[in-house]
Design a protein around this ligand. Structure first.
Ligand code: NCD
Ligand code: ZN
Length: 415
């Protein structure tokens, strides 16, 4: 048995504990002290469950000039993420069983962290054919990948998902609320795809979802939070918590749904601290600087964030702005529960997916360090606290803050 020691987040609080890791990479014992053939002592660093990121676009297959599975999952690991849920807007899009199986085959053995794959059925029948997928994604509005469905199709998808008891993650913006007109910058973009488009889509969902299990992607504002259907879960991205229309980043900050005004961002932050947000998800959506370097209204929407999500929030936790329990819940245990995977908690019988962080180490974010294939980050210069070690099923995938092993990631099945 291998033993890993530190200040472990166990049963809702931190304690100096030893974790025993079995041959199969699972936690087999949690004790005050344990003896093993191999022992690693992390001193007073914190050992937290590895993050589960519900929303990433690793661009593989087909869009690998932006990112690919090895590069994106390597960055994920460096940010403390040990399981990702990969979106279906790759090329070809994952709308059929064949495309799903091809994507599974294409990614096998190439990821640094564990993963599940979403599919994007476009009809009730397709839901049945895509039964192997972990969960479904439905776009109510246009975004990268042209997977938008209309209300009729979405009703069919929700009916099918209800029967198969599958989770549907919804990109909830109502395109009927979008405004036309010249969009020159972030403020224009927020006005063109307004907060009201989110609320309107959520009201429609509240009355149309039947008994389907739904999760709302990237809620940007308190007005939308108020409209999340009862019983549904929701996520918020770090870019909507840390960036707003006042940032001078132009088209690099273009994302769907848009960055909002500073006052909206502050209110969203308060809602997070108050526990109104189930999960933090990065919506890691890299595009190249060439693609972003065109007039604002022609630039693609989406920005990278998988490596900085936990480190930005850990820094704020250290500063006393967020409770550690809230951070762990939103980045690990709750997203795992939403997906229905046996991850996200440190306890006997679970995979030893762990991140080890010294909260006293603060550093400024630099794109180069994150190793994204696209080479940039909208969070440049912000203070963050990165994990120094990350374990995937007991094996280190990050050591001294640097990638240590690759290709160990596995496709995870849902319960
Ligand atoms: C995403 C992308 O680029 O794939 N873009 C974005 O602005 N969020 C698509 C999406 O999730 O809407
Ligand atoms: Zn997305």
């Amino acid at each position: 048995m291998r033993v890993i020691r530190g200040r472990v987040f166990f049963r809702g609080r931190l304690d100096a504990l030893s974790l025993g890791i079995g041959e199969n990479g699972k936690i087999v014992a949690v004790k005050k002290s344990l003896r093993g053939d191999e022992e690693v002592d992390h001193g007073d660093s914190l050992i937290l469950p590895g993050c589960v990121d519900l929303h990433v676009h690793m661009r593989d297959p087909g869009l690998t000039d932006k990112e690919d599975f090895p590069s994106g999952t390597r960055s994920a690991a460096m940010g403390g993420v040990t399981t990702i849920a990969e979106m279906p807007n790759t090329a070809p899009p994952v709308t059929s069983r064949l495309a799903y199986e091809e994507k599974v085959a294409a990614l096998r053995g190439r990821g640094a962290v564990d993963y599940v794959l979403y599919a994007a059925p476009r009809s009730e029948e397709a839901v049945t054919r895509l039964g192997e997928a972990a969960a479904f994604k439905a776009y109510m509005a246009e975004s990268t990948g042209a997977l938008q469905v209309g209300p009729g199709e979405l009703e069919g998808i929700l009916r099918g998902a209800q029967t198969s008891r599958k989770l549907v993650v919804v990109h909830a913006e109502d395109p009927r609320q979008f405004m036309r007109g010249k969009v020159r910058g972030l403020e224009d973009y927020s006005a063109a795809r307004p907060k009201a488009a989110e609320s309107s889509a959520l009201h429609w969902l509240a009355s149309s979802r039947g008994e389907a299990r739904i999760h709302i992607a990237h809620v940007t504002c308190v007005e939308a939070l108020d409209a999340v259907p009862s019983g549904a879960t929701c996520e918020v991205t770090p870019h909507h918590l840390f960036l707003d229309t006042s940032r001078p980043i132009g088209a690099r900050g273009k994302v769907n749904p848009p960055l909002r005004l500073p006052v909206d961002r502050e209110a969203l932050w308060d809602a997070f601290r108050a526990g109104r947000i189930d999960a933090i998800a990065s919506d890691h959506a890299p595009h190249t600087l060439d693609e972003k370097g065109v007039p604002f209204d022609e630039a693609p929407a989406g920005l990278p964030g998988v490596a900085t999500s936990f480190p930005l929030l850990m820094r704020r936790t250290r500063a006393g702005e967020i409770d550690l329990a809230r951070l762990v819940s939103a980045t690990a245990s709750r997203p795992a529960e939403i997906l229905g995977i046996a991850k996200g908690i440190i306890e006997v019988g679970r995979d030893a997916d762990l991140l080890v962080v010294d909260p006293r180490t603060a550093e400024r974010i630099r794109a180069k360090r994150l190793r994204y294939k696209c080479g940039w980050t909208p969070f440049e210069e912000m203070e963050a606290c990165f994990p120094h070690t990350v374990y995937l099923r007991g094996e280190s995938v990050v050591e001294d803050g640097e990638p240590a092993a690759e290709g160990q990631g596995r496709l995870v099945s849902t319960e």
